[in-house]
Structure formats: structure tokens, C-alpha cells
Ligand binder design. Structure first.
Ligand code: TEU
Length: 530
């Protein structure tokens, strides 16, 4: 395999800057902190880091509300720190992917301040304004059309009032975005993670969808994956991604397999891959996650295998369990108790065994779990705080019920500080041969060294117990078997043709699986046959 793109055999590590490493003791992570921990990431073996937004921002949505795209927020350091980070990452052989948030800006961005100042402002048309709003609801609660007193009109903010949506139909907006992207390319970045890029195309005539309990209506059906979004992305590809050799992963919540082939199909010239959310939405739905529930393993397998098979010939999978918006995967699908470490390794095996680019979210490599929230003031995330207010004040949930749901679902579960030096800490795991960390390191090494793991085709195994996942990866020279027990009990899967195969990695010492067909609770392994 000589002819491939770097990201096709890479593992990418997501750094949520604010809670990664605090270098100056102000309680907030920062870019010098990331620089300090580059040796840790290099040791783990990741090929690239994705940095969440570090730009100037009022931090209403922790930086996903950008007020200045070109400069580092003082909370996170300086522009020089960023330059140093890129140089030092490159010197250590790691690439740098930055988060680009251009579906919306902050309401404090000079473009929006101008836009809202007058109906005659040259920036008026940079955002969406109307006198006759639909009843669309916003992602973080309340209406999506926000009344603005200065001009007596409403502007669109699909996430919050402080995150007005840019009007991509306006060529001046697209030109400004492209220039900004080129400036970052010039500062040495290797790729972009594009925030909610599936939402940039807006309908000319917004219409109300189904209403929710508060009378707000749904917009996803009319906004997500609009044909215009594909058009705009192709323009970005032509004028920025391609000429500057940038790797791209687009966040595309609500995307179907068919739609994702449009984004990432090889001849489409749009994106390298997308993040889809079907597998992590199985314990609720994307528009309604505020309920208890565990991801059902049979459906999970069906979704994962559907994507593996669907993107086998064309397109490419962005593989992930965790990110800064998702609860911790060990809490969702593994065991927080005695099998914490073993189940963390099992989940890692299942994901890293598949074809695509695996993403590791900070702390996942330590097997971190969710938090228990016992009071609303322990929450910081705008989505969680607003949902708590809305759902308790309407009487839908008691405060206790809502806190227990938030302990399962809140985005804050993923945003606790990286435990560098206490408890189940990072430094201790690095030194331990059988730690979750060492297991991740081994999986990453395997992806780099084993062609079949990186490029072999995917084939599901049938006749497997409901809560066991088993699949093959097949190349001319080798076949791999990836088997994972998602249950806390012993399971049986007899595979006589695999007797005597070589185990590349596994989470149970002295496993008897190939001899007896017995899988221990949360057991996982990858076997190889020539
Ligand atoms: O997230 C997009 C998104 O749709 C999220 O709202 C997601 O569905 C939700 O968090 C699940 O509960 C991106 C960013 O990753 C997120 O952090 C931002 O808040 C959001 O865009 C707005 O920029």
C-alpha cells in the first residue's frame, strides 16, 4: 500500500483545549499546556491532533461562538503560542487539525455587530434576517429566530441567540471564509474539522416542521444536507482544501449513508470524511436526547456494520465513540465498575478494528467515565443548563430526575479536566504495560504497521450472539478476525477455522477463546491468519 493519503492510516486525537492542560494555573486549559503534553501524545503514537476552537470568543458555547477567527483568545494563550504549537507538533511528526466554525459566528463578531446596526448596513445580508419568522426551535432551547430591537427584525441563530447563522448564499461571506481558511493554511495547519458543516445551506422559504412540546418546530428536515451545502463545500474544496492540501472532516449530524457518500465520495471533491452520529444516537435521538437509555448492542452493530459496508468501495469512515459533545463511552456501553479497564479496551478494539480513521477523544485512552451531577450549578454547558431550566420549569422532569438524566447525557461529562496527576491518572497508565493507555498505544501501532487493518475490506460474521460483535478484515495476504463481547457475562462463539490463529492484541491474559469458544465478560481480541 504505497498510494494512500496520510489520514487513511492515521489515528487522530481530539484535544478539548479548555480542559486538557492548564499551564498557568488559571483553571482553564491552554495552548502552552498542549505544547507541554506533546511528548505524551507522541508517545501514544497519534498522527495528528484536532484542536477545538481557541479563537477569540465570549465563550457562550465554550468557543464555538467565534468573535475573531484570526487570533487566539487570551484565555488560551497568544498567537505566538499557536505558532510554537504547530512547529513543535511538526517537529515531533504530528499534524495539526483545527476546528473551523463557520455555520455561525458569535453575536459579538464585528460582521454581526455591523449587520444588526441597520437594514442598510453592507453586512446586513451576511446573516439571515426576516420580519416573518417560522416557529423553529433552537438547538440550545427557545426560538431559533431572535428578535432584534434596533431594526425590529428577527435573525436566525439555530444554536443560540449568541450564535447567529451566516448567510452562505452571499458570495462576500464565502469569500471571507475562504480567505480566513487560507490564512490558517499559511500558518501551517494540516487540516480542518468543520463544525456542523451540513447546516450551511439554508432554504429560501423557511417552513415549519413538526412541533415539539413547547410549540417550537423542527428545521432539520429543511436545513440539514441541503443541496446548497454540497455546492458551497465543492467551492471550498476547489479553492482551498485541494490547493492547500488540507485534510477535511465534516461534522454532519443527521447524515445518512447515502448523503455521506455525497460528502466523501472520491469523485465528489467535497470532504475526506464526515462524522455521522447514528451509532451514538441510539440511546435517544438527535433532536431528543433528554431521556434515560442505554445503546442497544444489536442495533449498534447493525448501524456500525451498515456504515462499514456502505463506505467500503467509496467514501471513508470517520470512526469515533467520544467527543466533547458525547458522554463517556465506558459509561454508555461498558462497565464503570470492576470491568472498567477491560470494557474500555474492548470498545477500543471494536472501533480501531474497523476501516476508517479512528479518532480518540482526550481521556478515552485512560478509560475515563461520566460524572455524577448532583446540583445544577455543577453544570457549565449551555445546552445542559438550558435543558435543565426548560425541562424542570415545565414540570416534565423533577430536578432529581433531570440531574440523573444529565449525569448520563450531559456534554459536561466529557469536559472534565484531564487527570494528569491524580487517581487513575495519565502518568501512571503510561508506565503500566496492561493499562488502557498502553492498549490504545498498541492499537495505534497496529494500524500503522498492519496493511490489512488499515485497508482490508470489511466482512461481518453472522450467527453471532446478540451482544457479541464479530467481523473480518480481509486483504490478499491476510485475514483478521475482530471479536468483542459487549456483555458483562461469558458468551460462546465457536470458530473452528480460527483455531491456532495468531492473536495480535487482546484484553484477556491467557484467553481460551480459540480453543473453547468461551469469551470472558467484555473480552476482545484481534486474530490474524495468513
Ligand atoms: O455540535 C453540533 C451539534 O449538533 C451538537 O449540538 C450536538 O448535536 C449536541 O451537542 C449533542 O447534544 C457542534 C459542536 O461540536 C458543539 O460543541 C457546538 O456546541 C455546536 O456545534 C455549535 O457550534
Amino acid at each position: 500500500m504505497n498510494d494512500y493519503n496520510w489520514w487513511q492510516r492515521a489515528v487522530i486525537y481530539e484535544v478539548y483545549v479548555r480542559s486538557f492542560r492548564d499551564s498557568d494555573g488559571d483553571g482553564v486549559g491552554d495552548l502552552p499546556g498542549v505544547i507541554e503534553k506533546l511528548p505524551y501524545l507522541q508517545d501514544l503514537g497519534v498522527d495528528a491532533i484536532w484542536l477545538t476552537p481557541f479563537y477569540k470568543s465570549p465563550m457562550v458555547d465554550n468557543g464555538y461562538d467565534v468573535s475573531d477567527y484570526d487570533h487566539v483568545d487570551p484565555l488560551f494563550g497568544t498567537d505566538e503560542d499557536f505558532g510554537r504549537l504547530v512547529a513543535e507538533a511538526h517537529a515531533r511528526g504530528m499534524k495539526v487539525v483545527i476546528d473551523i466554525v463557520v455555520n455561525h459566528t458569535s453575536s459579538e463578531h464585528p460582521w454581526f455587530r455591523e449587520s444588526r446596526s441597520s437594514v442598510d448596513s453592507p453586512y446586513r445580508d451576511w446573516y439571515h434576517w426576516t420580519k416573518t419568522p417560522t416557529r423553529w426551535g433552537s438547538q440550545f432551547g427557545g426560538p431559533a429566530w431572535h428578535f432584534d430591537e434596533t431594526t425590529g427584525e428577527y435573525y436566525l441563530g439555530l444554536f443560540s441567540a449568541e450564535q447567529p447563522d451566516l448567510n452562505w448564499k452571499n458570495p462576500a461571506v464565502r469569500a471571507a471564509v475562504k480567505e480566513m481558511m487560507r490564512r490558517w493554511a499559511g500558518r501551517g495547519v494540516d487540516g480542518f474539522r468543520l463544525d456542523v458543516i451540513s447546516l450551511i445551506g439554508k432554504p429560501d422559504e423557511p417552513k415549519d416542521g413538526a412541533a415539539n412540546a413547547w410549540g417550537f418546530t423542527d428545521w432539520h428536515w429543511q436545513v440539514a444536507n441541503a443541496p446548497e451545502a454540497h455546492e458551497y463545500i465543492r467551492e471550498l474544496h476547489r479553492e482551498v482544501f485541494e490547493p492547500y492540501h488540507l485534510m477535511t472532516v465534516g461534522e454532519a449530524s443527521g447524515v445518512t449513508l447515502e448523503e455521506s457518500l455525497k460528502y466523501s465520495g472520491r469523485t465528489r471533491e467535497e470532504l475526506d470524511m464526515v462524522f455521522q452520529f447514528e451509532h451514538v444516537g441510539l440511546d435517544g435521538s438527535e433532536t431528543w436526547k433528554w431521556t434515560h437509555g442505554r445503546i442497544p448492542v444489536p442495533q449498534l452493530k447493525e448501524v456500525l456494520f451498515h456504515w462499514q459496508e456502505g463506505l467500503s468501495e467509496d467514501g471513508w469512515n470517520g470512526l469515533f465513540w467520544c467527543n466533547h459533545d458525547q458522554p463517556r463511552i465506558v459509561s454508555r456501553l461498558g462497565d464503570e465498575g470492576v470491568y472498567r479497564e477491560r470494557s474500555a479496551k474492548m470498545l477500543a478494539t471494536c472501533l480501531h478494528g474497523m476501516k476508517g480513521t479512528p479518532f480518540v477523544y482526550q481521556g478515552e485512552e485512560l478509560g475515563m467515565t461520566n460524572v455524577v451531577f448532583s446540583a445544577v450549578d455543577e453544570l457549565q454547558d449551555i445546552e445542559s443548563v438550558n435543558a435543565y431550566e426548560a425541562l424542570t420549569s415545565s414540570g416534565r422532569y423533577t430536578p432529581e430526575e433531570m440531574l440523573s438524566i444529565l449525569s448520563e447525557k450531559s456534554r459536561d461529562n466529557a469536559r472534565t479536566p484531564m487527570p494528569w496527576d491524580f487517581g487513575e491518572n495519565a502518568e501512571a497508565q503510561v508506565l503500566q504495560e496492561d493499562s488502557v493507555w498502553s492498549y490504545y498505544k498498541e492499537l495505534i501501532r497496529l494500524r500503522h504497521e498492519n496493511d490489512c487493518l488499515a485497508f482490508g475490506s470489511f466482512r461481518r460474521l453472522t450467527g453471532v450472539p446478540d451482544d457479541v460483535s464479530a467481523y473480518l478484515r480481509v486483504s490478499d495476504a491476510e485475514t483478521l478476525l475482530v471479536v468483542c463481547n459487549f456483555s458483562g457475562e461469558t458468551r460462546e462463539l465457536v470458530l473452528p477455522e480460527w483455531k491456532g490463529a495468531h492473536r495480535l492484541i487482546g484484553n484477556v491474559l491467557d484467553s481460551l477463546f480459540l480453543e473453547t469458544g468461551q469469551l470472558e465478560p467484555y473480552e476482545a481480541a484481534i486474530y490474524s491468519k495468513a
